[in-house]
Design a binder for this molecule. Structure first.
Ligand code: TXA
Ligand code: MG
Length: 322
């Protein structure tokens, strides 16, 4: 539903003015909406942590308009980074690098590494080009809520703390960027996202290890309880079996693709009627938000096929269900 609030704007200049005054602005990207601040202003960065109720231990991603800006942010740039940037930027790949002195430890939560990406959204690229500084931007939701994929989600999650929201429509990718880093020159995925492991491996010409939250304190945002709806949420491999466990409950079904059982339910969503993983990914958070607003007793979700970005969808569904 369209929210009637003067906070949702399409004026890039007004957004730039607010950001230059150390205010926050929610910005559109191809993945999810970000809660942006001047990456060089500690005062502005503090506001991000306050507004989101974000633990100080969880570092932020720096957003640039061009790979040429990278030397200002990162000290050493491994040769694979040029290759990755060439293939995936602008786009949903975040790269973790040794930070430059210009980057405050407030951005990196005390680490000597910084996460950085060039987002693929024309409005936000135009905004970034008009600014004298890069932007830090975590997803524009309260900590542990589902990430926002349209301006209304931002407004609903941040409520009275909502800043100006630059309306760039619905996010086309629909889940966060994939995060990659290097350890002794070996690439490691810290977070699965809208670029698949297979696509990264094809470009790098080598297999890439996935370091999940259990073994990693490297991406502290990846604790298990994350991306969660408020309604109890579970995943299953057989919807029929799972439904039978909850008689007399108001159940919402989240199906990967069309299913005969869906027609018998009052509340359900289908991520992709043709079973296309990219489409399912783009619909995932919106449908989770929609089911979450129905006042159900429980949401039961099928898992996606575990290939390509299907694995990223399953990562989010599993985290939501903890
Ligand atoms: O798609 C995205 O990446 C979105 C849009 C707005 O760009 N942003 C986003 O930010 O998802 P956030 O804050 O919700 O997630 C940032 C993730 C966290 O898991 C954090 O731990 C990780 O990036 N991160 C940030 N700096 C890091 C670093 N130096 N090393 C490892 N992980 C880092
Ligand atoms: Mg987030």
């Amino acid at each position: 539903m369209k929210k009637n609030t003067p906070l949702i704007i399409d004026d890039i200049k007004a957004a730039a003015t607010a950001l230059s005054n150390d205010e926050l602005v929610a910005i559109p990207t191809e993945t999810v909406y970000g809660l942006a601040a001047n990456a060089f202003s500690e005062k502005a960065i503090d506001k991000i942590y306050q507004t989101k109720n974000r633990p100080q231990t969880n570092p932020l991603i720096v957003h640039l308009h061009d790979v040429k800006e990278l030397p200002k942010i990162a000290k050493t740039i491994p040769k694979e980074v040029e290759l990755l940037a060439h293939h995936f930027w602008p786009g949903p790949l975040t790269i973790v690098l040794e930070k430059s002195d210009a980057i405050s430890t407030k951005v990196t939560a005390g680490k000597n590494t910084v996460a950085v990406r060039v987002p693929n959204h024309q409005m936000t690229l135009a905004l970034l080009r008009s600014l004298k500084f890069p932007l830090v931007a975590p997803s524009a939701n309260k900590s542990n809520h589902i990430s926002p994929t349209c301006p209304e989600h931002v407004y609903n999650s941040l409520g009275k703390d909502s800043p100006l929201i630059l309306d760039g429509g619905t996010c086309t990718k629909g889940i966060e960027s994939t995060i990659i880093g290097f350890k002794n020159n070996t690439p490691i995925i810290y977070r699965l996202g809208s670029i698949s492991k297979e696509d990264l491996e094809a470009v790098l010409g080598t297999s890439v290890q996935l370091v999940t939250h259990e073994v990693s304190s490297i991406a502290p945002g990846m604790q298990k309880k994350h991306y969660a709806p408020r309604t109890p949420f579970i995943t299953c491999t057989d919807m029929k079996v799972e439904l039978e466990k909850y008689p007399n409950k108001k159940i919402g079904g989240l199906f990967f693709t069309g299913h005969p059982l869906a027609e018998q339910m009052t509340h359900y969503r289908v991520l992709s009627s043709t079973g296309a993983v990219e489409e399912a990914m783009a619909n995932l958070y919106r449908m989770m938000h929609e089911l979450d607003e129905l006042g159900l007793d429980i949401i039961i979700s099928e898992l996606a096929p575990n290939q390509g970005v299907g694995a990223s969808i399953n990562d989010r569904l599993t985290r939501a269900s903890s």
